[in-house]
Design a protein around this ligand. Structure first.
Ligand SMILES: *[C@@H]1O[C@H](CO)[C@@H](O)[C@H](O)[C@H]1NC(C)=O
Ligand SMILES: CC(=O)N[C@H]1CO[C@H](CO)[C@@H](O)[C@@H]1O
Ligand SMILES: [Zn+2]
Length: 394
């Protein structure tokens, strides 16, 4: 009888923890005296560490979303692989990867060059309900499993994959943050702000309730100690419309228009509170020659400034945790030239799948490192490609 009661209690508690209703703890408001660096920071418009703008390096975050493949890789190569920051070290970008058409051999190379790799889901499915479903397991299967795939197929250690971005910026509220937190992710960059642009909102942790405006998806209300939000500070296009990603801004027809859009928005940060400036886009946007030329000119402009640093998101957070004035920037180890990345060798293998071996009914080719080809095309809930595909409904 006693044994039965214990088993029953276990079943009841397991069921309770799976129910959304069991998670209704609203985090308290943030009190800066209880929330101190390096592990805690309230959402705020103040420069961390109380630095003045003149002492603060202006960081620029270059990020690229979705698959890396031979089509967009050449553009990355030309645009960012040979640029340096004012301290003489290579600039770094952050790549948010999804699986379909992703070339893991190229991802391996990008990692070896010191850029940051982050998770952007396996399927990038268009069904919004899936992302907003308040289901932790959905996020485990998409975000954490994508990280597992990058380790398995590109050789990149999971410990180096620290961040995430939700597809379509459809943040999944507490379900998403619970999943990211349970799986040891350290930060997310999916949360746009329109209200805290000038001055911009700095990155902060979710120990306490966020003051950030909630524009897309569902925003978290529970506490996730030590987990960082990197706000996506909206840009505004020439007609005053906000855009969280550069490629959703409406720009004119010329490279000048693109350059001016990027410059005007940058100046709000640079001449304001020096909050990080995000150049968030999909590489496909650069297939347009005017976009590419305007963007390149803007990068050229940035690299003439001795107080502007193009850093990966984890490098930015290293600075925020330990706010270092420009005059001492050489003491910030992770911004230095010899950040210890151990290159991972890649013995390329090309894996070809006809339509019967993919969930799409059409062919896919996948390049991977250092192992044999999975029998079926790897996909959601089948990341090692061991099971025959079931038809995919996006
Ligand atoms: C992936 O990239 C490698 C390295 O550039 C290239 O050799 C290979 O053909 C690419 N694979 C696919 C499927 O495009
Ligand atoms: C592979 C490659 O170079 N991709 C594109 C880079 O951007 C230019 C625009 O000038 C395109 O023409 C390329 O197709
Ligand atoms: Zn995407």
């Amino acid at each position: 009888m006693a044994r039965y009661a214990i088993i029953l209690a276990l079943i009841v508690s397991a069921a309770a923890s799976a129910l959304p209703a069991a998670r209704e703890k609203i985090a308290p408001y943030c009190n800066p005296t209880q929330c101190t660096l390096p592990d805690c920071l309230c959402s705020s418009l103040e420069i961390p560490g109380g630095l003045t703008p003149a002492e603060t390096p202006q960081t620029v975050l270059i990020t690229y979303d979705d698959a890396v493949n031979v089509l967009n890789y050449v553009n990355y190569t030309n645009l960012i692989f040979n640029r340096i920051n004012p301290n003489g070290c290579n600039i770094k970008a952050t790549y948010f990867l999804s699986h379909e058409y992703n070339n893991y051999t190229l991802v391996n190379d990008i990692y070896n060059r010191g850029h940051e790799i982050a998770s952007h889901s396996i399927t990038h499915r268009t069904n919004q309900d899936f992302w907003l479903a308040n289901n932790v397991d959905n996020w485990d299967r998409e975000m954490a499993d994508m990280r597992t795939m990058v380790e398995y197929y590109a050789g990149i250690p999971q410990s180096a994959i620290k961040g995430a971005r939700a597809p379509f910026l459809l943040m999944g509220g507490d379900a998403m943050w619970t999943s990211l937190s349970n799986n040891g992710f350290e930060w997310d960059c999916s949360w746009p702000t329109r209200n805290y642009v000038d001055p911009g909102m700095w990155p902060y942790t979710l120990d306490f309730l966020s003051q950030q405006d909630c524009q897309i998806g569902v925003c978290p209300t529970e506490s996730y100690p030590g987990k960082w939000v990197v706000p996506m500070i909206d840009l505004f296009d020439a007609s005053g419309n906000p855009c969280a990603m550069v490629d959703t801004c409406i720009v004119g027809d010329t490279a000048d228009d693109v350059y001016n859009l990027l410059l005007t928005n940058f100046m709000k940060h640079y001449e304001g509170n020096r909050s990080p400036y995000g150049l968030f886009l999909h590489a496909a946007w650069l297939l347009d020659t005017n976009h590419l030329n305007g963007y390149r000119r803007f990068l050229d402009f940035l690299t003439t400034k001795d107080d502007v640093y193009l850093v990966s998101i984890s490098q930015l957070l290293d600075w925020v945790k330990s706010p270092t004035p420009l005059s001492q920037i050489n003491t910030l180890a992770s911004w230095g030239c010899d950040t210890p990345i151990t290159p991972i060798s890649c013995n390329e293998r090309r894996c070809a799948y006809d339509g019967t071996k993919t969930p799409f009914g059409s062919e896919r080719i996948m390049s991977i490192c250092n192992r044999g080809c999975p029998f079926f095309y790897p996909w959601y809930d089948n990341i090692y490609g061991t099971n025959p595909p079931t038809p995919w409904v996006p």
